[in-house]
Design a protein around this ligand. Structure first.
Ligand SMILES: [Zn+2]
Length: 458
């Protein structure tokens, strides 16, 4: 462990103000713990997690029917081996259980349900997650540590471009094309930091209308998917936000570079899921991400359920350490990721090299097998005229490549791309190229670079 002095002042002392009410004070305490703990060793972090994991699994096996069925009553976790031998829970299985099976019959006083969120339902399976004061405080504290890592003075408004937004809300403004809220993160954070207004744009509106509003408002921050901010960049010439905060999609290195060039601002990527709140964010000193290990246990497992070695892709399995109302333990999010080697920044937090998104960047090979399609996506996006691309797999050997570009892909380039397709698929495939004006987002607001037809994925 290194001393506090060598790692600088915490973000709240630098930019914050003294909170008056209890909840922001609780957030500030949790943030200061995160600020200090990021420099603890991996072993110290592991011990801390194991203690919390013992408490939450014991609580869940006693008080939550879905875990009681899975583990048997009164389970006791003594070691990492015990924890890692617990069965994992898939999103499909979890969402199939009745809601009263997933909510704790008894909770500690700081873990009463005070609200809820449904998941985005990308896979069709909706999951309902309770908000509690304890889980919310940790969520907000993780957001503060993300601000610290971003390292930008936090005042100013934010344009949020993540998904279609209903026009029925009382906060909706027709003139702006967005829902307007007084604070763009959790309102309690406004008592701690000079956070500005949020403009939650309806990304279903014409892109020109959104761009005109952003030019008029000149928000300090942009928050949303990389693909959306790439597609709108040509209409925002000269606009210079403080930072672009990306989420919900795999941030490819070329997209990051293009965004930085187009907006002249740093790009900061975060990875979160409704089930477990904040999970990871860009390391401020290197490529890759750090996990909020004090909020979640983040595992990457192979097909047999064993931890994958560094550099190999595996399934993300996650445990929420602070939600006692709807516990989430060894839960398969449906995403893929690769762990990295310990980070040069000397933070002891788990390092993730790459997130591959919700199993969308994978080609289906048949017999239930998939292959990560990153090489294919990168080949297409490396073509100089291509701004955005989406591959749709309709059968095992038929693909459509939709792309946004200022000129057609040449026959030579098509042959090169075809070769990469066939190397991945290990067979002859049919590829149709289709130049389009715009690739529309899916109803959940995402524009994945690889889509397997739902009929085929069935
Ligand atoms: Zn790092």
């Amino acid at each position: 462990m290194t001393t506090e002095a060598s790692h600088g002042q915490d973000f709240l002392s630098k930019f914050g103000r003294l909170p008056q009410s209890a909840f922001p004070q609780q957030i500030a305490r949790a943030y200061r713990l995160l600020h200090d703990r990021q420099w603890y060793s991996q072993q110290e972090t592991r011990d801390y997690q194991l203690n919390l994991a013992k408490t939450i699994t014991s609580h869940a096996s006693k008080n939550v029917p879905v875990y009681r069925d899975l583990y048997g009553e009164e389970i006791e976790i003594r070691s990492w081996e015990d924890f890692q031998s617990l069965p994992t829970l898939t999103r499909t299985k979890y969402s199939a259980a009745e809601s009263d099976q997933k909510v704790a019959e008894r909770t500690p006083p700081n873990s009463k349900t005070i609200g809820s969120s449904p998941t985005s339902g990308t896979t069709g399976a909706m999951v309902w997650i309770a908000h509690t004061p304890l889980a919310n405080a940790w969520r907000c504290a993780c957001i503060l540590r993300e601000f610290e890592w971003l390292g930008v003075e936090p005042s100013g408004d934010c344009a949020i471009c993540r998904q279609p937004v209903s026009h029925d809300s009382p906060d909706w403004s027709d003139e702006i094309g967005a829902e307007v809220t007084p604070c763009w993160v959790h309102p309690a954070i406004q008592e701690l930091l000079p956070i500005g207004r949020g403009y939650k744009f309806d990304i279903g509106l014409p892109i020109r209308k959104i761009a005109d509003s952003i030019m008029e408002l000149q928000p300090a921050f942009l928050h949303g998917t990389p693909s959306f901010f790439l597609s709108i960049a040509e209409f925002l010439e000269g606009f210079r936000p403080k930072a672009i905060l990306t989420i919900s999609e795999q941030l490819f290195p070329d997209a990051k570079r293009k965004l930085e060039n187009a907006y002249g601002a740093p790009v900061f990527d975060t990875y979160a899921a409704v089930e477990v709140n904040r999970v990871a964010a860009s390391c401020p000193n290197s490529d890759g991400y750090h996990v909020h290990d004090e909020n979640v246990i983040f595992e990457v497992l192979d097909e047999k359920g064993r931890p994958t070695p560094q550099g190999e892709t595996g399934r993300v399995v996650i445990t929420s350490l602070h939600n006692f109302a709807t516990p989430i333990i060894r839960y398969e999010l449906g995403d893929l990721a690769e762990l990295g080697v310990p980070c040069s920044c000397s933070r002891g937090l788990t390092k993730v090299e790459t997130f591959h998104g919700r199993q969308v960047s994978r080609m289906m090979l048949g017999n239930g097998k998939y292959r990560v399609a990153t090489s294919l996506i990168l080949t297409l996006r490396d073509l100089p005229q291509v701004n955005q691309v989406q591959i749709v797999q309709s059968t095992l050997d038929r693909f459509k490549v939709a792309y946004v570009a200022n000129r057609d892909i040449t026959d030579d380039e098509k042959r090169k791309v075809q070769t990469v397709f066939e190397q991945l698929a290990e067979r002859k495939v049919q590829v149709n190229f289709c130049r389009v004006e715009r690739i529309p987002p899916l109803p959940n607001g995402k524009t994945p670079p690889f889509v397997v037809d739902p009929g085929l994925a069935g």
